[in-house]
Design a protein around this ligand. Structure first.
Ligand SMILES: *[C@@H]1O[C@H](CO)[C@@H](O)[C@H](O)[C@H]1NC(C)=O
Ligand SMILES: *[C@@H]1O[C@H](CO)[C@@H](O)[C@H](O)[C@H]1NC(C)=O
Ligand SMILES: *[C@@H]1O[C@H](CO)[C@@H](O)[C@H](O)[C@H]1NC(C)=O
Ligand SMILES: [Ca+2]
Ligand SMILES: [Ca+2]
Length: 474
């Protein structure tokens, strides 16, 4: 796990850090904060023409009790346009708990948002914008936060850069904002002449709680209860394909596998409580990584123990309905772990589905990163994000030359190995500099941060739930 050695300008008193942080997603992550300058009580100034701003701990959930502020300063006469790529803030009445506020100063709030739908883009007629993010001490720590990008400039430009769209009013916006269903031009010209999006994936035709048979042109929506009930309800039998193992508990011995609670598609526990226990023993000394997608009912829980016993002192994690929103993962200290599930009678929950694997063992549809225990999928190959700490998933990409890495977002732009982590943005979105992420293996969440840190301004706390596996500094 090494950062590419790049010479730094001697005058620049910057530290470059690469943290590879293995994080087991847990319900409470308040102490696992990679603080941003913006959240340390200082205003983070942005004067670049284009940039990206993230909530603290992105892409992990943001912690409770933080205040962060950013200030974008343009040239005289500039407009500043802000567009959200991701948005998930705890929802509350009048956004009283967590909120994001944008305005000309800390005194004037023009725009205050929370919840989990992407808010409309923000166009400032002034040449400066102040952004404030607040998470309350009472915040649940269950929301991911936001990722926004901004561009500044004047309207009435004669031309724009090659990766930009020229609005009818002469404003320049990143091409990726064209046809994204949001009006960033201000005159809606970026949303005109858009082709109809490709036909929706079939699953979205059926309302939630139902599914669609995969037989061609099927428009029938069947109740989820008919999935994996050993009766062919679709004419092609697709409702019985790819069914997870729905036994109530089992001994599992492979290097990887999947299982699910018996109530995943039905409420099997309407008359009595449901208790099931799975024992995973890989016969190997390496850690086991377990990922769960939970749909627990109120009062239901999943407990994960280290080893093949339900011993209180070996409890690794207890999950409840609070953990339903995002996938969660747990890692054992050796090759064994125990998963115990308890659902109350009359629970409306649907338990969970799970995948486990020996750490360092890539799943059949994954590729090893090489030097370390990480793996990447075809989808993660050449998508601009470093899923492997050594960048192997971003090597030899069709759009780039040898020794070049692609920028995020299929822009066709590439940057050279020497431009990585050198404090100069080469990609319009800064993917060569800002943050190289993120969800690896579909199992452990690995965050890799390549940021320039001003001495003293940034602190990284290490907690039991978060191991900084390597830290390199010049
Ligand atoms: C954040 O700001 C609010 C006012 O908006 C203040 O009441 C609160 O104490 C601040 N919290 C922290 C952790 O600084
Ligand atoms: C939309 O298409 C028409 C005709 O092809 C063209 O005249 C017009 O300039 C286009 N508008 C934008 C905003 O691209
Ligand atoms: C749970 O099932 C869904 C749908 O089949 C799948 O996309 C997801 O990856 C599964 N999650 C785990 C942890 O196996
Ligand atoms: Ca747009
Ligand atoms: Ca990737």
């Amino acid at each position: 796990m090494n950062c590419l050695a790049v010479p730094l300008e001697p005058m620049v008193m910057f530290f470059l850090f690469i943290f590879t942080v293995n994080l087991f997603l847990t319900g409470k992550i308040e102490s696992a904060v990679t603080s941003l300058v913006a959240c340390s009580g200082e205003l983070e100034q942005h004067t670049e023409r284009r940039g990206v701003i993230y909530s603290p701990s992105w892409p992990r959930n943001y912690p409770p009790a933080v205040n962060c502020s950013w200030y974008i300063q343009g040239d005289r006469g500039d407009m500043i346009t802000i567009s959200f790529k991701n948005f998930d803030l705890e929802e509350s009445q009048k956004c009283a708990v967590d909120w994001l506020m944008i305005g000309p100063s800390s005194k004037r709030e023009e725009y205050k948002v929370c919840g989990s739908s992407i808010p409309p883009s923000f166009i400032s007629a002034r040449d400066h914008v102040w952004i404030f993010f607040h998470s309350d001490a009472s915040s649940s720590g269950q929301s991911q936060g936001f990722r926004l990008s901004y561009i500044r400039g004047k309207i009435g430009q004669a031309a724009c850069q090659s990766d930009e769209f020229h609005c009818a009013n002469g404003k320049c916006i990143p091409s990726t904002w064209k046809c994204n269903s949001m009006d960033e031009c201000g005159d809606n010209s970026d949303e005109r002449n858009c082709t109809v999006p490709p036909t929706e994936p079939p699953s979205s035709i059926c309302p939630s709680g139902t599914f669609q048979c995969s037989v061609a042109r099927s428009t029938k929506c069947l109740m989820n209860e008919l999935r994996c009930n050993s009766v062919k309800d679709c004419s092609d039998g697709s409702d019985e394909d790819n069914c997870p193992d729905l036994s109530c508990g089992k001994r599992l011995g492979n290097f990887y596998g999947s299982f699910a609670s018996p109530d995943l598609f039905r409420a099997d526990h309407s008359k009595s409580d449901l208790r099931c226990t799975w024992y995973v023993d890989t016969q190997d000394n390496r850690h086991v990584l377990l990922q769960l997608d939970l749909q627990l009912g109120y009062n239901d829980y999943v407990k994960v123990y280290d080893g093949i016993e339900e011993r209180g002192d070996k409890l690794l994690q207890t999950f409840s309905f609070h953990n339903n929103r995002h996938p969660v993962s747990v890692e054992s200290s050796k090759g064994q772990l125990t998963v115990s599930y308890h659902a109350r009678s009359k629970s409306t929950g649907h338990g969970f589905n799970a995948t486990y694997q020996v750490k360092g063992y890539c799943l059949p549809w994954e590729h090893p990163c090489g030097s370390d225990e990480e793996c990447f999928t075809d989808k993660q190959h050449c998508d601009g994000w470093w899923h492997c700490p050594n960048g192997k998933d971003e090597e030899n990409c069709p759009a780039c030359q040898k020794n070049e890495y692609p920028c995020e977002g299929n822009s066709g732009l590439c940057y050279s190995i020497l431009d990585r982590c050198n404090n100069q943005k080469n990609c319009p979105d800064g993917s060569d500099e800002k943050t190289a992420l993120l969800v690896s293996q579909g199992i452990s969440i690995v965050e890799q941060i390549c940021v320039s840190l001003r001495l003293g301004a940034v602190m990284v706390k290490k907690t039991a739930k978060m191991e900084a596996m390597s830290t390199t500094a010049w």
